[in-house]
Write a protein that binds this ligand. Structure first.
Ligand code: NAD
Ligand code: GLY
Length: 361
């Protein structure tokens, strides 16, 4: 097991990465305030892992409430959040009850928001079971639900007490979801870690084949990058926004197609290509670099074009992004492979042209 730390003063917490961590109840027991937890999962993940997590905790004397939600991005809603509160109140969960998110980013984001708001805040633990949630969403305390007008629009910054990334849970993950996770991994290389990008170029076949050592290394290097950025800028006043490379375009795809049609990671990949395209128009990347970025996404099984909603429709949807300030769109772009910038100066025509060049996925 490898352990990293998210350094946030007295709210610092460990990220444990390894195989079989879900079967080590001591890791969870050590982080509990009281012997009372609610494990919240979904109807796909619960049959696979709920009993393995809950059984040993109960054997150790912990009172466990199990909550199983419907599966899917389309359920990341106010109504589902409310059903979590119904279950917690129905089971008389108290302020010292720890909520445990067992699942991918949808579960993690919703449970985190439930923890931030239930009785004005209860402790929570992230047990991410998708590659995407292990390398990104479980770390850093962004929690949210979607609104029909925009993704992740209602939420809070609220840090977990512990992240347990059990690489063995990835054995049951569908290939399409594995690829979606690779999009967020490639992102770290692109925005701030050129040597990681080069390592990924070499190791992609091993990652796609789910080689355990390669996966553990990719998760650890991604989490190390994320932990550094979050420690420097927890509430996204500056550098944390670079973690959203491709996301402003990608959120337009997710909202425009209907949540759940394109996977988040797929939308981020197509969005990263639009950002690369725009970076080339601004004279920062050259055509060879854009081709290299395209290749790594393709080798990871990811789309490099977005759905053809029309470039104007993208812009309309992008106007709802959280990075809009004073009505002005700020985009994460690339100065180089391994160097991101937040840029508010791209012209409308250049943005439209960059989107148009990447439609047809
Ligand atoms: P997801 O949570 O929908 O999980 C993907 C699918 O895999 C689901 O069907 C899920 O039930 C299934 N699954 C999960 N673990 C499994 C396993 N071990 N075996 C088999 N099936 C399994 O999607 P995701 O990609 O994990 O997360 C996407 C969400 O994360 C989006 O809502 C996105 O907005 C959010 N996100 C948040 C942050 C953040 O910082 N908070 C960062 C990135 C993404
Ligand atoms: N996934 C972007 C962030 O955590 O800031």
């Amino acid at each position: 097991m490898r352990t990293l730390n998210v350094a946030l003063g007295e709210r610092s917490y460990p990220i444990h990465i390894g195989r079989g961590l879900i079967d080590q109840p001591d890791l969870v027991l050590d982080a509990l305030k009281a012997p009372r937890v609610a494990i919240i999962s979904n109807e796909t993940v619960a049959p696979l892992y709920m009993a393995r997590l809950a059984g040993p905790l109960e054997a150790a004397g912990v009172n466990v409430t199990r909550v199983v939600l419907p599966d899917g991005e389309q359920y990341k809603t106010w109504a589902t959040l409310n059903s979590i509160f119904d279950a917690l109140l129905g089971a008389r969960c108290e302020r010292s009850t720890t909520l445990i998110a067992l699942g991918g980013g949808v579960i993690g984001d919703m449970v985190g928001f439930a923890a931030a708001t239930y009785q004005r805040g209860v402790p929570f633990i992230q047990i991410p079971t998708t590659l995407l949630s292990q390398v990104d969403s479980s770390v850093g305390g962004k929690t949210a639900i979607n609104h029909p007008l925009g993704k992740n629009m209602i939420g809070a910054f609220y840090q977990p007490r512990l992240v347990l990334a059990d690489i063995a849970t990835l054995d049951t993950l569908p290939a399409r979801e594995l690829s979606a996770g690779l999009a967020e991994i490639i992102k770290y290389g692109l925005i701030r870690d050129r040597s990681f990008f080069e390592w990924l170029e070499a190791k992609l076949p091993a990652l796609v084949e789910r080689d355990p050592d390669a996966l553990a290394e990719a998760v650890a290097r991604s989490c190390a990058n994320k932990a550094e950025v979050v420690a420097a800028d927890e509430t996204e006043q500056g550098v944390r926004a670079t973690l959203n490379l491709g996301h402003t375009f990608g959120h337009a795809i997710e909202a425009g197609m209907g949540y759940g049609v394109w996977l988040h990671g797929e939308a981020v990949a197509a969005g990263a290509m639009m950002a690369a395209e725009l970076s080339e128009r601004l004279g920062w990347l050259d055509a060879d670099q854009v081709a290299r970025i395209e290749r790594i996404h393709q080798r990871a099984g990811l789309p490099v074009h977005g759905p053809d909603l029309g470039a104007e429709r993208y812009l309309e949807l992008m106007a709802h992004d959280k990075k809009v300030e004073d009505g002005k769109l700020r985009l994460v772009l690339l100065k180089d492979i391994g160097e991101a910038v937040i840029h508010g100066g791209a012209g409308r025509e250049d943005i439209l042209a960059a989107i148009a060049a990447r439609l047809g996925g």
